[in-house]
Write a protein that binds this ligand. Structure first.
Ligand SMILES: O=C(O)CCC(=O)C(=O)O
Ligand SMILES: [Fe+2]
Length: 373
């Protein structure tokens, strides 16, 4: 008689589950033909979510629920972050990647960091760990610079309780010197502060969307994890069209799903983000001027017991223009453990996932991406 073994409540289980899911999705022969099932990335104007009327806020939350249970991706407009702030951080990315000498970047290399902070040269990590051993794996062309939450970047000043991914009372960030890139920290601080405020606002909408009290997540976001990155994708020398069964020679960022609760993504004008549709087609993310792209990530997918979809995506620069982006991966406090949300569990949908601590889960997923770890 077959015995049922419950999944062990370990981080490796979580990492393996994510890799198995990705492998399964990619094995189906991507770049396939449309099956006719519609796939859309909705545009949600969230301006009325700043209203004092709960009904207005609930109306926006209901659009968010719709997007999160279908594509797992949506654009937001009406978010209140001025265009100058968006351009300032994209301009900073360009300055960092294009003007900082190689030896100064090397000094900030992520290989020196226990928490994957600092400069990541092209090809240092594969977001899809399954790509390492593959003979035909195209190396990633992206270059990155990563940092995480620190109280000095939080407009609330934080609660003094920040813990790193592994629970330690340290701060893992590294920064270029003011001399090398004047204004770097200040530009990061201004952008990060605004995006963190937006993330906390969106979390309240997520709570409503999950039929929870609006302040349900508030106490879990007092010193939240929030890794952000500057990313640079060089212009392609030989751009390939996206087409059925075409093997891409150049991959900016390999197929993956994000790890945290949700991502707030800012992109420069060049396209490149591609989303894997439920019928296994790569669909270019539509461009919506002035918007941020929001996508559900794996930790929230687990926390919602699979009700919200964390969707596989990648970046391929199919243009002769360079591309920059600034993703912000919002997590709850890293020292917080969670189990399936009460509104996502029912006799028909019993809890599928063991309890997990936010920081441990994310650290395990990050470790899986670095060849040397
Ligand atoms: O650069 C982009 O548009 C997407 C980046 C991304 O998916 C990531 O860093 O996880
Ligand atoms: Fe991503």
């Amino acid at each position: 008689m077959a015995t049922t073994t419950l999944p062990p409540s370990t981080q490796s289980e979580a990492r393996q589950a994510a890799q198995d899911y990705l492998n399964k999705r990619l094995a189906n022969g991507v770049n396939g033909q449309a099956s006719g099932r519609p796939f859309t990335v909705p545009e949600i104007n969230i301006s009325s979510s700043f209203s004092s009327s709960i009904e207005d806020r609930k109306a926006v939350a209901s659009q968010i629920r719709n997007a999160c249970t279908n594509s797992g991706f949506f654009h937001i407009t009406g978010h209140g972050i001025p265009e100058e702030a968006r351009q300032a951080i994209l301009g900073l990315a360009k300055r960092f990647f294009r003007t900082l000498p190689r030896e100064k970047k090397e000094a900030l290399h992520v290989k020196h960091s226990h928490y994957f902070r600092g400069w990541e040269p092209a090809d240092f990590t594969y977001v899809n760990p399954g790509d390492w051993g593959a003979d035909d794996a195209a190396p990633e062309t992206k270059e990155g610079f990563n940092w995480g939450y620190e109280a000095g970047l939080d407009p609330t000043g934080g609660d003094g309780q920040y813990r790193e991914l592994d629970g330690k009372d340290v701060n893992g960030n590294v920064w270029p010197s003011e001399e090398d890139i004047p204004g770097f920290y200040d530009t990061v601080r201004q952008y990060y502060g605004q995006i963190l405020k937006l993330a906390r606002h969106l979390s309240r909408l997520f709570a409503l969307s999950l039929e929870l009290p609006e302040d349900y997540f508030d106490s879990m976001m007092t010193h939240p994890g929030g890794i952000a990155r500057l990313l640079y994708y060089p212009a392609s020398k030989d751009p390939q069209p996206l087409g059925p069964k075409v093997k891409d020679k150049e991959i900016g960022l390999g197929a993956h799903s994000d790890y945290e609760c949700f991502t707030i993504l800012l992109c420069s004008a060049a396209p490149g983000l591609e989303i894997l549709s439920p019928d296994d087609r790569w669909v270019p993310a539509p461009a919506v001027e002035g918007s941020f792209i929001i996508n559900v990530a794996d930790f929230l997918m687990r926390w919602t017991n699979g009700v919200y979809k964390s969707t596989v995506h990648r970046v391929v620069n199919r243009t002769r223009q360079e591309r920059y982006s600034v993703p912000f991966f919002f997590s709850i406090n890293y020292d917080q453990s969670v189990e399936s949300l009460p509104s996502c569990v029912s006799p028909e949908n019993p809890s599928k996932y063991p309890p997990v601590k936010a920081g441990e889960y994310i650290l395990e997923r990050l470790k899986a991406t670095a060849k040397d770890s």
